[in-house]
Design a protein around this ligand. Structure first.
Ligand code: PEP
Ligand code: MG
Length: 857
């Protein structure tokens, strides 16, 4: 076995990483090594290799050895804030250096005065299969003396092949630096998105900010970077597909931006909240007034009113022994426990809605996090038990998050604790109970609540949640919102004094908890709850009725779906069919393409949930910024204009044939219609139709399936009268149509206010498509976000659109609105608006019309 020695980069006092006053280093989140308090200001290379990172501030340097091992020397703590003051780089990134070569000079006095500490970590990042040995004992050390040895170098060599000496550097490494404009920085969701993308490539990718570097596959490490809006983020990758990896990570940040702006705008009046942090923030309102005696004030996490009995649930501490038996066995036990937890979480996800699935997806990321697992394995190798190692590894990540001045990231602590307890229970051969019994009308009172505890509670008996701590944007709050359970957080320790079983009033509209209400107050609150329930039941009941405008014109209100749970919600909310099944959910985030049988099963489940209602199944809209691990697509400078939608399908006919075969076999056949995304000309439709005809003949289907084209490009809208001859219907994807018409990225945060589908130019294209449909006597639908925009509804109807497909929860409100409109009035409004100069003027006109109908709630 070969061994690599790492030498002291300067004279000083050698200590351990525990002495570095930074949880990321002390927690070994970036890797393992030692720390030195320097007594000289000349930093020399601790080993031979290539300088792979040396920021302009010159406060840190990373060297990659010939074996592909990265060694980071970070001078002091928080020294990035010095902005290069006191530092002088003597080499450039990309230079090859020998051990002992001078790399950086720094002024000890200047740095010592400006830094939190001079304690300098010298780390191997990441540890992937490596071990450190012969660590130098604490004490004085001179530059060039051995600090530690790295063993297991061969293992690393096989997974990360060293770059061939004569290979061109561009082939093996890539990088990109950008300013993060995400409103909440790299919080949990963008971190998960990036980690997933990083895992799709063989390249070793890392993200650096604030002078720290994180393995791009580790959600925990990315979050611990503490990247906020406006921070500079550097993305680096090495390996054969480094460029694709970096391009995908950059696209990931853009995707996160798109999700952020989609969540923050255009939501229908009563659209359900998702697990998106930003969409949740609307309900995080502080209490309105200072509470009186017997009343506790809290922060509103989910609005609503409830009367019920204070109820507490028990949380059992799980004891773990520190020392393990045999490291091989402990490792195997940990792996088995993780497999069991994974299977269990996947089962729970399958029974819940989109929000629960998203949260469980985040927990699965934590379960597989390379940094957490690496740390646990190292502890096991050091003789600790699997349980102790897992708990310690998770707690280190928790400390790193708690050290950040970012409440959103601190709220992820509960998720880590949840994953910790799942694994510890699995190691003990137990599982979290799936059902926690509750008394009737229970108001849960607790200091905190984990997401898995909430999902295990008997929903039928739970009327409200009151926490002394907690965060309004935590996952448990998002889950409660999805389950429509009023919730207050931050009520303080006063809730500990409430007697078990006491009747309380939770007013999560006002942010108060009445701990000892008098009988009249209880009666009044009960009446308020009752009338609210009745109002809601009436809207829902009306939503079940077929939708017609005030003059009797039939307008179908469909729902956009992503899976079977959405379908059930859509039916409950009165959707008359599915106007857009985004089948991408089956294709992304997996190692191999879904088989025909798998696809058939998924589509059939949705068809069953929809009952007799039609299902418009969109062919996979992948490629571009939605890369597939199993589909080697070239990196694109401009994914929005590249291989995506029908272009990807035609470029990969096998994938398309499998999907079409599955779709054609869904029963009852007459309910399924197919929709082709990203059409630009009739030839694309004919190519897909040709394949469908072949498959129908092959399967023995006599009735041709109905086929539609999406109008998402200006080309398609302008050619609509030709396209409609080849299809049975058109469906306008206003999200893409707007971005391509206005040449504004639909996810661009600074353009969010201007990327408006009510721009007269977009309306003219909608008019062209709707006119083509009317002339041909064929249906024209809108399935983009604008269909759920109250101001847009009369305009779309006025232009001739007769089907709107919206998020399931928006169906009742959209139906209610359509019932109040006359098509002639809508037509007049639309004609007026086509000639206006801006979306602002269009909105003003639409608002005026709705106001005249008394419809601007
Ligand atoms: C659209 O572009 O409006 C659309 C419905 O498709 P997606 O949002 O899935 O791109
Ligand atoms: Mg689209």
């Amino acid at each position: 076995m070969s061994i690599l020695q790492i030498l002291a980069p300067f004279d000083g006092w050698c200590g351990t990483l525990d002495e570095v006053p930074d949880p990321v280093f002390a927690g070994r989140m970036l890797g393992d090594g030692v720390a030195i308090d320097p007594t000289t200001g000349i930093l020399v290379a601790p080993c031979a290799g290539e300088i792979v990172a040396l920021p302009a501030s010159a406060h840190a340097v990373s060297i990659r050895t010939a074996q592909g091992i990265d060694v980071l020397v970070h001078i002091g703590v928080d020294t990035v804030q010095l902005g290069g003051r006191g530092f002088d780089a003597r080499v450039r990134p990309g230079a090859s250096v020998r051990a002992g070569d001078e790399l950086i000079r720094f002024d000890l006095d200047v740095v010592a005065r400006g830094a939190k500490s001079l304690m300098t970590p010298i780390l191997v990042t990441p540890m992937d299969g490596l071990r450190l040995q012969q660590r130098r004992a604490p004490g004085l050390v001179s530059s060039g003396e051995v600090l530690f040895e790295i063993a297991g170098v061969e293992t690393r060599t096989t997974t990360t092949p060293p770059r061939a000496a004569n290979a061109p550097k561009e082939e093996a490494a890539a990088g990109h630096t950008l300013i993060v404009t995400l409103r909440h920085g790299l919080h949990a969701r963008p971190a998960a998105l990036l980690a997933q993308r990083a895992k799709a490539f063989g390249a070793q990718a890392s993200l650096s900010a604030h002078g720290r570097t994180a393995n791009a596959r580790s959600v925990v490490a990315i979050m611990a970077l503490g990247v906020r809006q406006g921070d500079e983020l550097s993305i680096q990758a090495s390996g054969a597909d480094a460029q694709q990896s970096v391009a995908s990570l950059v696209a990931g940040i853009q995707e996160a931006l798109r999700m952020e702006s989609a969540a923050g705008q255009g939501a229908a009046p009563d659209s359900s909240r998702t697990a998106s942090d930003s969409s949740k923030s609307a309900s995080t309102i502080a209490p309105r007034s200072t509470p009186a005696a017997g009343v506790l004030g809290g922060v509103i996490a989910v609005p609503g009113i409830a009367v019920g009995r204070a109820t507490r649930i028990e949380r059992r501490e799980i004891a773990v022994a520190e020392h393990g038996a045999d490291s091989g066995r402990e490792r195997a036990e940990l792996e088995q426990a993780r497999i069991n937890v994974r299977m269990r979480l996947e089962r729970v996800a399958a029974t819940g809605g989109a929000t629960r699935r998203e949260i469980i997806a985040a927990h699965l990321e934590f379960l597989d996090d390379p940094q957490v697992n690496e740390a646990a394995h190292e502890l096991i190798a050091a003789g600790k038990s699997a349980g102790f190692a897992w708990r310690t590894a998770i707690r280190r990540s928790i400390s790193a998050l708690q050290a950040l001045e970012d409440s959103r990231l601190r709220e992820r602590v509960d998720d880590l604790l949840d994953v910790e307890s799942h694994v510890l229970l699995a190691l003990a051969g137990e599982a979290r109970p799936m059902n926690i019994p509750l008394p009737e009308r229970a108001v849960l009172v607790a200091d905190d609540l984990l997401p898995s505890e909430l999902t295990a509670l008997d929903r039928a008996r739970l009327v409200a949640i009151c926490l002394s701590g907690g965060g309004a944007t935590s996952h448990v709050a998002i889950l409660a919102a999805a389950m429509d359970i009023p919730m207050l957080v931050g009520l303080g320790s006063g809730i500990r004094d409430i007697a078990d079983g006491a009747t309380v009033i939770v007013d999560a509209d006002a942010g108060t908890l009445q701990t000892a209400p008098a009988a009249p107050a209880i009666e009044q609150a009960r009446a308020a709850v009752e009338s609210r329930l009745m109002r809601r039941a009436k809207t829902l009941a009306e939503a079940q009725i077929e939708c017609r405008a005030l003059d009797g014109t039939r307008v179908e209100v469909f729902a956009n779906l992503g899976n079977v749970t959405d379908a059930a919600v859509a039916v409950a909310h009165g959707a008359e069919g599915c106007g857009l099944l985004r089948t991408e959910f089956l294709f992304i985030d997996r190692e191999t393409a879904p088989t025909e049988a798998e696809q058939l099963a998924a589509y059939q489940d949705i068809a069953v949930a929809l009952g007799p209602r039609p299902m418009i199944l969109r062919l996979m809209d992948v490629g571009g910024d939605k890369p597939l691990r199993y589909l080697p697509l070239p990196a694109e400078d401009n994914p929005a204009l590249g291989l995506r939608g029908v272009r990807t399908a035609l470029a990969h006919p096998d994938l398309m044939r499998t999907q079409l075969r599955a779709a054609l076999r869904v029963r009852p056949a007459g309910n399924v219609r197919l929709l082709i995304p990203m059409i630009t000309d009739a030839a694309e439709i004919l190519a897909v139709r040709g394949v469908i005809d072949e498959l129908e003949a092959e399967i023995g289907i006599a009735d041709r399936v109905e086929l539609g084209a999406m109008i998402e490009t200006p080309a398609a809208a302008l050619m609509a009268s030709g396209l409609i001859r080849e299809v049975d219907f058109l469906s306008i994807g206003s999200n893409d149509l707007t971005q391509y018409t206005l040449a504004m990225d639909r996810g661009h945060p600074e353009l969010a206010g201007r990327t408006d589908a009510l721009h007269p130019a977009v309306l003219k294209l909608v008019a062209a498509a709707a006119g083509a449909g009317a002339a041909a006597g064929k249906m024209v639908a809108v399935c983009g976000g604008v269909a759920a925009d109250r101001l847009a509804v009369p305009l779309l109807l006025g232009l001739g659109v007769r089907e709107l497909s919206v998020v399931p929860a928006a169906v009742p409100a959209i139906k209610r609105q359509i019932r109040s409109l006359r098509i002639n009035d809508c037509r007049e409004l639309a004609l007026r608006c086509l000639d206006l100069a801006s979306p602002g003027e269009v909105r003003a006109q639409a608002a005026e019309m709705l106001e005249s109908l008394g419809d601007m709630q």
